[in-house]
Each structure stands twice: as structure tokens, then as C-alpha cells.
Design a protein around this ligand. Structure first.
Ligand code: ADP
Ligand code: MG
Length: 852
């Protein structure tokens, strides 16, 4: 077969190319056999010919048809990245055509696909490499490079014309992630720029081809958008064999989709014929909980994974169950960013009511069984799972067991799990949402689109006819599901991207060729924020020197600004720690649900779930509560640390963690997620190195052990935070009512109303905030707005009104009496410095929390 394929290809190419060129590849026979079955391989000639004759090619094919793993190999074999291929006519005058770049929206797929392609080609990870935000195997031998689209975007601010690449494959374009969309727009500009080069100049650079790959056929946004691609690119449809999938809707839509999924899985497993089960849930917590319950019910006997290992994994999961979040902006849009804010999970599944017992539908009676204790091979799949654990889904399940993978929407199109016959779909996914008014992001669980649900169902029909069980009614599907998911660009804060675009000298972002342009309003808003932050000129909208410096940091513009101001005031190491902690997300395992006066937030439910997983005893919970209370409020005050900011609390934790030797034990003793703490550490190191290498004139302390800040520095830090979050101010209602007067005295923040500065919405300090149990400040800046019933202000810092008037000059209007900020500060002396003295660090070490 292989012989035939090759000779076919040669025959086809012979007319065009004087000397056919193929890079020799030694695939293992079993790999070769498997790949010949992939539908995309049957289209190899068509695809390669299209790529030779067109600058842009679009490839559409069902998930699992082989696009991601095979297309880079076609190119590799045809010499698109091989130094010896210079004699091919379409690569004339080129010493080395450059790399084949493949972009992915998700880290999981980036790493695992690079590994898979390296395995198939029998090459090392130096030759088929990956590059993600924290990790890369790229070398000067790299031929095929898998990377997240964020990585390529960042790379392009240095090399806009993409001179290192012969081809750029933009994969998973149907997901319509922000970075993918931007990338497609930028690449279309690059092609235009290249076309405008003089003949002479053009010959100096390598030819570039762009391949856009998509799982669904909705490519009109790419083909019919004349500003994007003036010449309509050819679309190659790969006809994947898709077996019919019977769709079963629930009659009712349950509130608890995890419990419902559990019920459905037990029924499938006990009654239906062989075949893997793939379950779609919204996030890591739900997945871990369901895995745990299923393993309890069907103790699997995997020969390799011993009980000990499972316990270990569960323990790790319990500690990790709320993942890190990546800030918006230049960060890669990776699915773990969507893991924040878990939702509704019941402690016990309600197994009583059962009005949806149609499990045998579509099966003959003799196919149905009733087996209670058959082993089930339960595997989780989500992006924060270690790579080895992720790759386990590709292995056949142990003899005599049924595979059951519980996944986030990473299994929707990025990863194809073999042998799936049953899909259980909760119909929801977690999405990053973006408040156009405040610019604050929230994470919400919502129905996916009809297109996504179709994709998910399709996973059951890869190897044979399948069944998809939807845990929602057809009425909900018809009435509440959108047809297609909204492109992320319409849901996300875009100031970081706008800044990157500015740094690439794309000034007119409003007219940028986005596949589906975001509302002008959002683009203008992003420009406005960048103006406030001083990143772009408020008059001509060009990037400022300050903005260019900001754009060098792989973090959202507001954090970049904080770093720069922190440096100017001698607090850089602290600000780096703060920014790292805020970038990674909350490392605390929450415990405030233990108080009686708790609101009914999702977090509360989540922490209850956590308690469930770790099987914490009441005594243990009490201890946690005690440690928390003592350490983080009175203790902080006692040792002179500032109790007026959650962000400074984070700083304290980071400092103490280092002094305690950065151990997992420290995390366990203090109820911190070790993985989050490690990630913070990593980001700190990365940012520190970045600063010391990019700005050699800055004398930065490379020792991760920082002495604790003194009182003045603490004040500076709060001002730095104010500068970074100048657009997220809340003021106490009574203070506002009295026009800036003293207002009412409160003992704590319970039920104390705040107003958000720009939208005038009502908000409350979240009980998890350090400010909750003390006299609430007249004014604060928040770094997270959590919408759960009420608006909850999280991660707050008490600020002084005069700082706002000073730092946020441009944001303040002083005209009408009730306007903010307070009129009485109008006359502030102009030349007063923000900070007067910057004393040196004290010798004290970070106070450690008391450990019983
Ligand atoms: P597409 O990109 O069109 O969705 P892929 O190229 O990702 O398709 O997948 C093609 C096939 O390769 C699938 O059947 C998938 O199961 C298989 N595959 C991908 N990665 C691995 C792996 N690490 N181990 C085994 N099989 C894999
Ligand atoms: Mg793919």
C-alpha cells in the first residue's frame, strides 16, 4: 500500500517537478498501517497540489480524520522543511525552506500532537518539537514545530514576516479562539505585505504557505471575507467515514448534570454492549468527582495503576481541584483558563427519580445485559492533567474492562479517543465571559452550541454506529442552544491583544481584518484602557515607549504596568510576586463556607465538594479555619503586614512559601494548592529572568527569598495595585451618599453595599476576602468580579481616595456633585509625589504561619 501511495504521488508530481523530492521516513509498520486508514491520507495528492498552487488552503475534515497528525507529515515528506529540498522548483533560491509551524489553541493538544507526530515519523522531540508558554523542545534541528497560537503571535512581534517558516498550519480554526482569529488576520496581512515586496526583496525571503484546518464546514468567515483573503482560498473537504449516531435526549433537564451523568454511565455500563464511553463535563472538579464516584462503584483492576497510585492521584486532584487561570491578553488561550469557578455539584447523587429510562432504545433485547460488577476503566482528561496521564486515553483499556473517559471539551475536537461508542453529553461548557462595561472577566458555565453538541455526538461514530445520550431535553436544545458558538473575540477582553497588535505596528485595530470583526465598541474600549494605562498615546493611538516596554511582558497590560511602576519605586521583586500570583490564580483552598452567614455562591459549593473529596474530618476543617483566621488576619496585623489587601495576603503567602523551602508540606499545612504555588514560583522566575535579561540596567534580586516589605513599601504596593486596577474601583454606598464624608461605621463588610465606579452596579465584598471581617474601606480596587446571584468583589485592596484622584486623573470627572471621585480632592497639590521615600529592605524574615 505504501509503495502504491508513493508511486501515485510521484506520478502526480512528475509533470510539475523536474526532480521529485521526498524525505525518507521510516515509519513503524503498525503506524504505517494505521495512518493509511485515515481519511485524510486518501486526499494527500489533492492537498499537496493545492498547497503548491495556492498561498492559502483550507482543509475541512471530521475530528479524527487525521488532519493534525498527517498534514504536517505530508509537508515534511515533500521537503517543505528539509534543507536538501532547495532544488524543488517551488522552493527556489532557498537554502532551507524553514520550519513547518503548526498552531493549536490548546496546550494539551500542542504537546501530545507533537509527540504523536514525532513517534509516527520516528523522529526525536528535537526535530518534531513543541513550544508552549512554559516549555519548549525547539532546537536548530527542528523541522516541525507545534506551538500554541499565542506563542506564534508573540513570536511575530519580533519576526512579522514569519521568515523562519515555510508553512503555517493554523489548526482547530473552527474553535474560533481569540488568538486563532487574530493569527488568521495577522497572517493575511503578512501575505499582503509579502506580496507588496519588490521582486528582489521577495526573492530574499522564503515562500510561505498558510493552511487553515477546521473540523466543521463553517468556513464562510474565512472564504467570503474579502478583506481577509482577496483570492478565495480552495477548500478541501476530507470525507471521513462517519457512522450513524443515535441521539437520545433526556425528557427532563436535570439541575445536577454530574449526578445525571453518573446515572447514565452506570446504565450504559451495566446494560449495553461493549464499547468505550466518553463523557463531556465542564471542568476539572466535576470530572474528578465523577471519576471518584465511578471508581468507587466499579473498582477497576488495571494491572498497572495500583490502588496506591489511584489514591495518590485523587489526593493530588483534591489539592488541585481549582485550577490556575491565565490572565487574558497575551496569555495563550488555553482551556485551563476556563477552569476557574466551578459550578453546582451535589454532595450525593440523587439516584431515586428516574424518568429517563430509555437506555435500551435502539438495541435488540438480546444485546442488552444486566451485569452489576464489570470493571470500568475510568480516566479523566483535562488540560491540567500531566501529559503522561493524558496520553493514557489513547491506550487500549485493560483486558476485560470498558473504557470510560470523563473529559472537558478538549475531547470535542482536539483529541480523538479510540474505541468510543457511547457519548454522554452534559451539553454545557465553561466559558470565559467578558463584561463589556467593566472589562472584568468572569467564568460561566453555559449551554454549548448546537454545532458543538453535534461534534460531541460525532465522537461516538468513529469506529462504528454509536449512541449519544444528551443530559438535556430536545426543547432546551432547540430553544436555548445557539447554532454555533460565538467566536471568542466577541466574548473576551482584548486589550492585551490590541497591545500586541500595536507592538506589531498594527495601529488601526479597528480596521484589522478579523475573520469576524469584534464590535468597534470593544476595540475602542481596549484602546481606551491602554490609553489610561499609558501604553498608547491618547492622541495618535500609537504605542508609547512605556507601552512597548509593557508589551515585552507576557502578561496582561495592567500587570505589565504594575511591574514597571513597581520597578520605579523600588518594589519590583514584590510586584513580580504579586503579578505572578494574580496571573496563576487563587492558590487558596477556600474554607469560608464554614461560617454561618455564607452566601450561596458557587465557590461555597465547590469548597464543600473539596471537603468531600479529601474526606476531611470536622476537626480538620476546624483546624483549617483556625489556621486561616489566625494567620491571615490578626497574624498579619501582628507582624506588621498589611491586612488591607487580598493581594498583599497573596504576597505574604508567596514570601512565606519561599522561606519554608517551597515544600508541598507547607502547602498542605496552610491549605494551598501546591501546583498553583509551583506555577507562581515558575512565573516569578520567568518574569525575573525576563526583566534581568531584557533590562540589564535594572539591578534585580534573583534570590526567590525576598525579605518582607516594610510599611512604606506596603503602601507603595497598594498604590501600584491601584495603578494596575484603576478601572476597577468600588466605593462604599454610604460614603458616596455623603459626598466623601466619613459615612457609617461598620464592624464588618457583611451586607455593606458598594457601587462599582463606572457602571454604578451594586456589589458586595466576598466573604473570602480579607476585608470581609474588618471595617470595610471607603474605597477599594478589586481584581475579580464574581457574578453569582450578587456581584461579589474578590481579591480586593483598600485604597485611599486621593490616590485615585492622582493615579486615575484621566478617569475622573469632577463636575457633578455625586460624581466620583470625591469633589473635595479636586484641589490636590499638583507636584506631590506618589511616594516619598524608598527605604532599603529590612532584615526580618517572612513570618511563618503557626502550625499545630
Ligand atoms: P484530526 O486532527 O483530523 O482530528 P488527528 O490527526 O488528531 O485527527 O487524529 C488521527 C488519529 O490519530 C485518531 O484516530 C487518533 O485517535 C489517533 N491518535 C492521535 N494521537 C494519538 C496518540 N498519542 N496515540 C495513539 N493514537 C493517536
Ligand atoms: Mg486535529
Amino acid at each position: 500500500k505504501a509503495q502504491l501511495l508513493k508511486s501515485n504521488r510521484e506520478g502526480d508530481l512528475a509533470g510539475d517537478i523536474a526532480k521529485p523530492f521526498y524525505v525518507n521516513v521510516n515509519r513503524k509498520p503498525e503506524i504505517q498501517e494505521a495512518r493509511l486508514k485515515l481519511p485524510v491520507v486518501a486526499e494527500e495528492q489533492v492537498i499537496m497540489e493545492a498547497i503548491r498552487n495556492n498561498t492559502v488552503v483550507i482543509i475541512c475534515g471530521e475530528t479524527g480524520s487525521g488532519k493534525t497528525t498527517q498534514v504536517p507529515q505530508f509537508l515534511y515528506e515533500a521537503g517543505w522543511s528539509h534543507p536538501d529540498s532547495a532544488n524543488i522548483d517551488y522552493l527556489v533560491n532557498v537554502d532551507n525552506p524553514g520550519m513547518i509551524g503548526v498552531t493549536q489553541p490548546r496546550r494539551v493538544a500542542t504537546v501530545s500532537m507533537a509527540k504523536r507526530v514525532a513517534d509516527e515519523l520516528n523522529l526525536s522531540d528535537k526535530e518534531v518539537s513543541h513550544q508552549i508558554r512554559y516549555d519548549a523542545t525547539v532546537s536548530n534541528k527542528t523541522r516541525i514545530k507545534f506551538m500554541t497560537d499565542g506563542v506564534l503571535l508573540r513570536e511575530m512581534s519580533q519576526d512579522l514576516l514569519l521568515t523562519k517558516y515555510s508553512t503555517i498550519i493554523i489548526d482547530e480554526a473552527h474553535e474560533r479562539n481569540l488568538n486563532t482569529d487574530i493569527l488568521i488576520g495577522v497572517v493575511s496581512r503578512v501575505l499582503k505585505l509579502r506580496a507588496e515586496l519588490s521582486r528582489e526583496d521577495r526573492q530574499k525571503i522564503k515562500p510561505l504557505r498558510v493552511i487553515i484546518m477546521s473540523a466543521t464546514l463553517r468556513v464562510a468567515d474565512f472564504t467570503e471575507n474579502k478583506t481577509l483573503f482577496p483570492i478565495v482560498p480552495p477548500v478541501i473537504n476530507v470525507n471521513a467515514r462517519q457512522f450513524p449516531v443515535a441521539i437520545h435526549f433526556n425528557k427532563k433537564t436535570p439541575l445536577d448534570h454530574v449526578g445525571e451523568a453518573y446515572k447514565k454511565i452506570t446504565k450504559i455500563h451495566e446494560r449495553l454492549p461493549n464499547g468505550g464511553i466518553l463523557v463531556f463535563l465542564t471542568g476539572q472538579n466535576e470530572i474528578n468527582q465523577l471519576c471518584k464516584e465511578l471508581r468507587k462503584r466499579y473498582p477497576a483492576l488495571p494491572p498497572k495503576a495500583t490502588k496506591k497510585e489511584i489514591v495518590k492521584e485523587e489526593k493530588a486532584n483534591a489539592l488541585e481541584s481549582k485550577t490556575d487561570s491565565t490572565p487574558a491578553g497575551k496569555a495563550d488561550i488555553e482551556d485551563e483558563a476556563l477552569e476557574l469557578g466551578e459550578n453546582q455539584v451535589e454532595e450525593d447523587f440523587d439516584l431515586s427519580s428516574d424518568d429517563d429510562d430509555d437506555i435500551g432504545e435502539g438495541f435488540d433485547d438480546d444485546e442488552l445485559a444486566d451485569v452489576k460488577d464489570a470493571p470500568l476503566h475510568v480516566l479523566p482528561l483535562y488540560s491540567m492533567l500531566p501529559t503522561e496521564a493524558q496520553l493514557r486515553v489513547f491506550e487500549p483499556p485493560p483486558e476485560g474492562t470498558r473504557l470510560c473517559v470523563i473529559a472537558t471539551n478538549v475531547a470535542e475536537t482536539s483529541v480523538t479517543i479510540p474505541g468510543v461508542r457511547y457519548v454522554v453529553d452534559c451539553g454545557k461548557s465553561k466559558e470565559r465571559k467578558y463584561d463589556v462595561e467593566t472589562g472584568v472577566q468572569t467564568f460561566e458555565i453555559d449551554w454549548t452550541s448546537q454545532a458543538s453538541a453535534g461534534q460531541r455526538a460525532g465522537r461516538a461514530g468513529r469506529t462504528g454506529p454509536g449512541h449519544c445520550y444528551r443530559l438535556f431535553s430536545s426543547a432546551v436544545f432547540d430553544n436555548e442552544f445557539e447554532k454555533f458558538s460565538t467566536p471568542e473575540i466577541h466574548r473576551m477582553p482584548i486589550e492585551g491583544v490590541v497591545l500586541s497588535m500595536k507592538a506589531m505596528n498594527i495601529d488601526n485595530v479597528v480596521n484589522f481584518p478579523f475573520p469576524t470583526p469584534p464590535p468597534r465598541e470593544n476595540l475602542m474600549k481596549a484602546e481606551k484602557l491602554l490609553g489610561y494605562l499609558g501604553a498608547i498615546s491618547t492622541t495618535n493611538r500609537h504605542i508609547t515607549e512605556f507601552g512597548r516596554t509593557m508589551s515585552l511582558f507576557p502578561i496582561t497590560p495592567r500587570f505589565a504596568k504594575m511591574l514597571i511602576i513597581g520597578q520605579q519605586h523600588g518594589c519590583l521583586p514584590y510586584v513580580i510576586a504579586i503579578v505572578s500570583a494574580l496571573s496563576v490564580g487563587d492558590p487558596f483552598i477556600q474554607d469560608y463556607h464554614l461560617d454561618e452567614d455564607q452566601p450561596d455562591t458557587d465557590d461555597e459549593l465547590e469548597s464543600r465538594e473539596l471537603g468531600n473529596i479529601t474526606s476531611e474530618s470536622v476537626a480538620e476543617k476546624e483546624r483549617r479555619k483556625l489556621v486561616r483566621k489566625k494567620y491571615y488576619s490578626s497574624q498579619m496585623k501582628h507582624v506588621g503586614l498589611d491586612p488591607s489587601s487580598d493581594i498583599l495576603k497573596l504576597l505574604n503567602v508567596v514570601g512565606a512559601y519561599e522561606y519554608a523551602g517551597a515544600t508541598t508540606k507547607f502547602c498542605e499545612d496552610n491549605f494551598l494548592r501546591p501546583k498553583a504555588m509551583e506555577e507562581i514560583r515558575k512565573l516569578r522566575r520567568q518574569l525575573t529572568n525576563l526583566v534581568s535579561s531584557n533590562f540589564p540596567e535594572i539591578d534585580i534580586c534573583l534570590d526567590p527569598k525576598m525579605p518582607p516589605p516594610n510599611a512604606v513599601q506596603l503602601k507603595v504596593l497598594r498604590q501600584v495595585i491601584t495603578a494596575g486596577f484603576i478601572d476597577s474601583v468600588a466605593i462604599r454606598q454610604d460614603v458616596l451618599d455623603t459626598g466623601g464624608g466619613k459615612g457609617v461605621r461598620y464592624k464588618n463588610a457583611k451586607n455593606v453595599v458598594y457601587r462599582l465606579l463606572w457602571t454604578e452596579e451594586e456589589a458586595f465584598i466576598h466573604p473570602g476576602s480579607i476585608l470581609y471581617s474588618q471595617e470595610p474601606p471607603a474605597m477599594l480596587v478589586y481584581s475579580e468580579l464574581y457574578k453569582g446571584g450578587k456581584n461579589w468583589l474578590k481579591c480586593n485592596t483598600a485604597v485611599e481616595a486621593k490616590w485615585i484622584a492622582k493615579i486615575g486623573k484621566d478617569l475622573c470627572s469632577y463636575g457633578r456633585p455625586l460624581d466620583f471621585p470625591l469633589p473635595k480632592y479636586i484641589g490636590e497639590k499638583k507636584d506631590r509625589k506618589l511616594v516619598y521615600v524608598v527605604p532599603s529592605f529590612g532584615p526580618k524574615s517572612w513570618p511563618l504561619p503557626p502550625v499545630q
